[in-house]
Design a protein around this ligand. Structure first.
Ligand code: NAD
Length: 242
């Protein structure tokens, strides 16, 4: 059997980087995307693995992403798994919000997964199989009290996930999302302690998630162990109650 291929956006650090490592461990060929050449090079140096390559194409550039994914398919023969992980969070109060900020968050968190899913689905439909995994969030259940674009984007990701699962199932393509709770990455390290501490108190498992906790869920959902699971939004949040 030929080596399976997984494309992961936002693979240079945090949850994405741990997910790249987990899929390499599973024996996949991995194509990781980052926002800049320097961060991609840094991640590739750290991984030091012949089974990973990196790209920094703009994820909302439909033409460029289509070209990239076609190249990946031609080079490796298949795209088995796409993980839409790149994302930015925000906590700006609504009174200070601007359309520009709202659009920035929506572009990376929603438009990019749409563009990448579309490019991948064309290839997966032709090959008759594929798995698309999105990165939702616990905030897609109850919203959050500031940074309105972020929860809005994650509710949209849930809609994209369930709808694509229904539309693409007949082509052998499964579509699911992982909804992380608070996870110890740069995104969380940037939050003030007054925000983080009450969150830990609200987690029954009494710890913040690690990027590896989320990576394991992606590995499961990509695997044949999840062969009848599609349209699911899997919470990986220690049963956090906010
Ligand atoms: P992170 O900030 O550590 O990493 C973000 C990744 O996205 C990086 O690899 C970066 O290169 C990429 N990225 C950022 N801006 C980009 C751009 N403009 N173009 C292309 N790529 C860009 O974040 P993380 O905490 O690992 O989050 C990863 C995903 O998990 C996000 O979708 C986030 O919303 C989601 N999430 C995180 C948490 C958490 O607590 N960390 C909780 C729920 C959901």
């Amino acid at each position: 059997m030929s080596q399976k291929v997984c494309v992961i956006t936002g693979g240079t650090r945090g949850i994405g980087f741990a997910t790249v490592q987990a899929f390499l461990k599973e024996g996949y060929k991995v194509v990781l995307y980052g926002s800049r050449e320097e961060t991609v090079s840094k991640a590739l140096n750290e991984l030091n693995d012949p089974n990973v390559e990196g790209r920094w194409t703009h994820l909302i550039d439909e033409e460029a992403i289509n070209k990239d994914f076609t190249e990946i398919k031609e080079k490796y023969g298949t795209i088995d798994v796409l993980i839409n992980n790149a994302g930015i969070s925000d906590s700006t109060p609504f009174v200070q919000y601007s359309e520009a900020l709202f659009t920035k968050v929506m572009n990376l968190n929603v438009i990019a997964p749409y563009v990448c899913s579309h490019a991948a689905a064309l290839i997966m439909k032709e090959q008759g199989h594929g798995v698309i995994l999105n990165t939702s969030s616990m905030v897609s259940r109850n919203g959050q009290p500031s940074g309105v674009a972020y929860p809005t984007s994650k509710y949209a990701i849930n809609g994209l996930t369930v709808s694509l699962a229904r539309e693409l199932g007949k082509f052998g393509i499964r579509v699911n999302a992982v909804a992380p709770g608070i996870t110890f990455t740069d995104m969380v390290k940037a939050l003030p302690e007054q925000m983080i501490n009450p969150m830990i108190q609200a987690i029954p498992l009494k710890r913040i998630g690690e990027p590896e906790d989320i990576a394991k869920a992606f590995v499961f959902l990509a695997s044949d162990q999840a062969s009848y699971i599609t349209g699911a939004i899997l919470p990986v949040d220690g049963a956090m109650a906010v």
